[in-house]
Ligand binder design. Structure first.
Ligand code: G4P
Length: 553
């Protein structure tokens, strides 16, 4: 096998066993990508770290976090803000090899104000892991993100974490998922006790109990396996938990759902795992199953029909843009999800939106936490970062071959907060404009203007949450050297007027409207802002038949 190598920090390293000459189908079959969705604090960082350990990608647990801390000074200040506030704002892609599989973890920000970023990342994922805190059950952010997964029919596995702490009843946890998400649950493992009494899990397909034994510091667990019918089990877990286990298993076997891969792949069923990421218990069972159950890079619909990953012609789409990830390089990256064909360094592709303009891909990068390596070759399911000198927008398609391909765009969340952004220092106008333009390009916030373009009012920023505004202001300051002033507008609901016919004429036909703020977006389409849902309902009641309104466009 011809192994791929790259120069990283002056050393030649092998790149994840990728075989440059392997048939496309083989490389696709061994690829799995996943995004982890969870409410903040459920243990996403911890689980990610443990997963990476299995790939030998990091030498010791804690290094993802340690790297974060260690690179504090090298990272740009807005990332410092992420550390100060204890939230994860950026999404990165982490890659590792395990059991001859090539796994890409698409990291998603946990904070709700960045749902939009997560939403875009989910458009690049083939599988989702829903991480749930065993003591808390489903939390708001998990709910919101799961709705997106359901819309996209993404296969979802569930990992119920922190079983080493007092937990909710496992039936109750499964029931919550069934009721709230209309999703059949199929527990692959079943927990025995919780908190101080957590004894391990039964792997149902093997009828074997994996025993949980914390080491002295409580940071790692050792696993001993005992068949369920081994008489020793009773003394190991005690009479109460033993009785409970057999009772639970009887109920599950008789009343529970059985695995139906078709339902799983369509996102109508979820396979459930219980464990403790912190002590690395139950993670390997989950990972091994994921290789079997998870979907390999899937086909995608496009303007020319379904595109299969094995199609020889290259295609991919931009799902995320990010400027200044590394302040030493002042770079702008576009993250591309490869859908079909093979990426090779230096290849020429066409850009759908720019009238099939040809571009040369010679600078793709793969990211591992803060490190980057240059990519020679990449396959469907992989994510590569391309230098983006203003060429790419979110949702853009690139492709090779004679037939033009366009993948469907990535819709935005409807903004719920609006504010004027002002530049208090006119001599800095150029930097202010440039910074704002780049941040808008990334989709950090949306931009609206007042209907009449009253010069001195400044642009209106529209966001899902306050934190997005904070990031824009902080980044303008740190990366472009400009101060800005924000003046919140008291509106919370936006509706784009899309018709019927010419939207401005449609609006005019309604006569005078009350309790509405008129704005327009970058493409001059009318956007109505309302103080609250009640005002919107009122307008719909009076003029609903004359206006085609959408929460985003
Ligand atoms: P997040 O990325 O989803 O926000 O969560 P993160 O992994 O940072 O975990 C949040 C907290 O929960 C951390 O504690 C982490 O150690 C703890 N945790 C994660 N998994 C488990 C688990 O299986 N069992 C238990 N008991 N705790 C778990 P922290 O005190 O905030 O941070 P640290 O001091 O441990 O680093």
């Amino acid at each position: 096998r011809a192994k791929m190598c790259a120069e990283v920090g002056g050393e030649t390293v092998e790149l994840n066993g990728t075989d440059v000459e392997a048939p496309l189908g083989d490389e696709i079959a061994r690829r799995r990508n996943l995004a982890i969705i969870s409410h903040p604090d459920a243990g996403k960082t911890t689980l990610t770290e443990k997963l990476l350990l299995y790939g030998g990608a990091i030498q010791q647990a804690g290094s993802v976090r340690a790297r974060r801390a260690g690179h504090k000074l090298a990272r740009s200040d807005w990332m410092k803000m992420e550390q100060e506030r204890g939230i994860s704002i950026t999404s990165t892609v982490l890659t590792f090899n395990y059991e001859d599989h090539h796994i890409n973890i698409l990291d998603t920000p946990g904070h709700q104000d960045f749902s939009e970023d997560t939403y875009r990342t989910l458009s690049a994922a083939d599988n989702v892991v829903m991480l749930v805190d065993a003591a808390k059950g489903l939390e708001p952010q998990t709910r919101k993100l799961f709705e997106v997964c359901q819309m996209r029919e993404l296969p979802t596995l569930t990992f119920i974490n922190k079983m080493d702490r007092p937990a909710m009843n496992p039936f109750e946890l499964c029931d919550e998922i069934e009721q709230q998400f209309d999703l059949e649950t199929v527990p692959a493992v079943w927990p025995i006790g919780d908190g101080e009494n957590f004894k391990g899990v039964l792997k149902r397909s093997e009828r074997v109990v994996y025993l949980f034994e914390k080491n002295q510091k409580g940071k790692t667990a050792t696993t001993k396996k005992v068949p369920m019918d081994d008489p020793e089990l009773l003394s190991l877990i005690g009479q109460n938990l033993y009785d409970q286990l057999f009772e639970d298993v009887e109920i599950l076997d008789e009343m529970g759902h059985t695995l139906d891969t078709e339902k799983l792949l369509k996102g109508d069923q979820t396979v459930v795992y219980f464990g403790s990421a912190m002590t690395n218990f139950g993670v390997q069972i989950f990972l091994d199953d994921f290789l079997d159950l998870g979907r390999a890079p899937a086909e995608r619909s496009s303007s020319i029909g379904t595109i299969d990953p094995t199609r020889d012609e290259f295609s991919g789409f931009v799902f995320k843009l990010q400027a200044n990830m590394d302040p030493r390089h002042r770079d702008r990256l576009a993250f591309i999800r490869i859908v079909s064909g093979r990426y090779e360094r230096g290849m020429k592709v066409l850009h759908s939106r720019l009238g099939a303009r040809q571009i040369n891909l010679n600078q793709a990068q793969k990211l591992f936490a803060d490190d980057r390596e240059s990519v020679q070759v990449a396959f469907p399911g992989d994510i590569v970062g391309l230098n983006n000198p203003g060429l790419f927008s979110i949702g853009d398609t690139i492709y090779s071959g004679s037939e033009k391909v366009v993948f469907p765009g990535i819709p935005s969340f409807s903004p719920e907060m609006f504010a004027y952004l002002r530049n208090p220092n006119p001599s800095n106008y150029k930097n202010f404009k440039k910074g704002l333009q780049q941040l808008l390009e990334e989709g950090a916030v949306q931009l609206l203007r007042t209907k009449e373009d009253q010069g001195n009012e400044g642009p209106i920023l529209a966001a899902v949450g306050q934190l997005q505004f904070d990031v824009v202001q902080q980044r303008l300051r740190d990366e472009y050297g400009v101060e800005s002033k924000l003046e919140l507008l008291g509106y919370s609901v936006a509706r784009w007027v899309l018709g019927p016919g010419d939207p401005w004429s449609a609006l005019e036909s309604c006569g005078r409207l009350f309790n509405v703020f008129f704005a327009k977006d970058r493409w001059n389409r009318p956007v109505l802002l309302f103080k609250n849902a009640w005002n919107l309902a009122k307008l719909e009641e009076e003029h609903g038949d004359k206006l085609e309104l959408k929460p985003w466009a």
